[in-house]
Design a binder for this molecule. Sequence first.
Ligand code: AHR
Length: 662
Amino acid sequence: MKRTILPRLLLLLPLLLQLSTRAQDTKTINIAVDKPTVKVPPAMWGIFFEDINFSADGGLYAELVKNRSFEFAKPLMGWKEIKGDGGQGTSLIINRATENANNPRFDRVTVKSDKGYYGLVNEGFRGVGIQQGKTYNFSVLARKGTGNTKIHIKLLAADGKTSLGEADLQGFANKWAKYTVPITATGTEAKGQLSVAFAGQGVLDIDMISLFPQETFKGRPNGLRADLAQLLSDLHPGFVRFPGGCIVEGRDLANRYQWKKTVGNVEDRELIINRWNTEFPARSAPDYFQSYGLGFYEYFQLADDIGAEPLPILNCGMACQYNTGEVATLDELNPFIQDALDLVEFANGAVTTKWGALRAKMGHPKPFNLKMMGIGNEQWDVQYLDRYKLFAKAINAKYPGIKLVTSSGPSPSGDKFDYLQTELRAQKANFLDEHYYQSPDWFFQNASRYDNYDRNSSKIFAGEYAAHIKEPKGKESELMNTWVSALAEAAFMTGLERNADVVQMASYAPLLAHVEAWQWRPDLIWFDNLRSVATPNYYVQKLYANNKGTDVVPTLMDGKVLAGKDSLYASSVIDKNTNKLIVKLVNTSSQSVNVDLNIGGKTVVQGKGSCETLTSANLLDFNTLAEPKKIAPVMEALPLTGNMVFVRLAPRSVNVITVPYN
Ligand code: AHR
């Protein structure tokens, strides 16, 4: 076949164009693989859990019944009485506070007719999520009064009529006992209901009405919603911070988080109002309480299950300073300090100790290996310092190995911040917890924030951060986590990674939000009763946490770190266990950028590396339950032919480039 020279040249055109672009515009980044600067702490990238946005009850905690023990302020909130076919009955809420102070109320059901039924229907948390083919355990604490009342249980579709599974319970004894029956769902429904109907004249006392999926994360009883916990696990977080956040502090001291009230038998855990119930009138959630079904044992178990360090944060004798700001007097601080000491025993103590024995009884004789804890959340001023000192003295004396996390106040700068940073460094505090909920611009401009921090002083825990955009008018109701916020966080995180000797832990906040019941956004993961969606911010966290490496290596352009020059941000680590260089490169410009990675000090293995890219066309794009992968990382092979590695960075993209070396 006859071929002319022109088509051959045309074939070469893309390569020629690429070479000419490369020659003219390509930026060279020098990476010294053989000159590691600092170690990456294994627990560097973690998660922050707080019961906000229905994260616990109605979220991660797999219980499907709301107000299962009638302890909400309105005892029948979430329940609706039903009767039919001539049935007659009543519910009487009885308070037995002297007999059972933690769970005082129960419902005395009196069925007054042999005909038909009387019952209660639970609406769940914005519905009961039911999945076809899955089995749910219905359980109830019951005590027979008179007669022989039976319970007929139904999983109902959203119409309140269609049955998606049924079961019966009968033969109740005269003493309180737990009765359980499994129900396998015949249909899928995000907004289902649970019907508990009584038939047969008589009196039956009921409490702790529960519907729990048999499938929980790792099959744990009283466990976690599997899809949400799996998303957390997939991050491979280095630590789990719990239980918050402001929830630790409470609006007043009575409303503070007290871990001892969240362990032991579930039915003995005292419910309290969730402080986010009333915090924001515009996002009011009158049905938001803390059942503490997800309590400190379950948090420790979660950390254990996903290979993360537990990082509990404890109340330091101060209520939220945005609310009452009330404090316990220094003379009355002992019970608060004792809670901290006892928590170490609960987590690490021998099974022969009081609190170690409880841990063992709950199912975990092995210690949870607690190494650190936080004293207070977003506290500030001298009242914090005074209280922290007493905590530190007692904990250091009894448990010198436990590292303490201390507050830096609610903002990343200003008088409150400066005061605590100065004073706590003077106290040789282990970790200063910095929080920044700031604009994307702040994150872009602060990628060098830690380059000049004191290397020989207290370490930093970037304990809560998220880029918040000013929400455009008219979009308020639908907007979730925008691409620009994720891009900004990724750029900023190059600075955290580069300074891993100073910033030793970091966590995005908050973690979870129910799409119909949130109080605060943005959040890392959104969910409804059946589905969940990872945000672009989640993928940024995942890219960092799953590529954390072991040592930071110098990554310079024109001899300087890349923290915004030419719209580029960069940091690199090596993984000494696998001999891989991992480069994080963020391009914030609206144009693609060509980059040559000039890899020095080791020989690049010829063949294939990889480039995982996260990008989106529009800065206000976001993932939704209907379109969960609109913004998600895409992995591509990267040809490697020498120590100069060429990469074309897509406009506004986060890139993780992996290069094996010898
Ligand atoms: O993450 C939401 C809230 O933000 C936390 O509860 C608090 O610590 C911070 O103000």
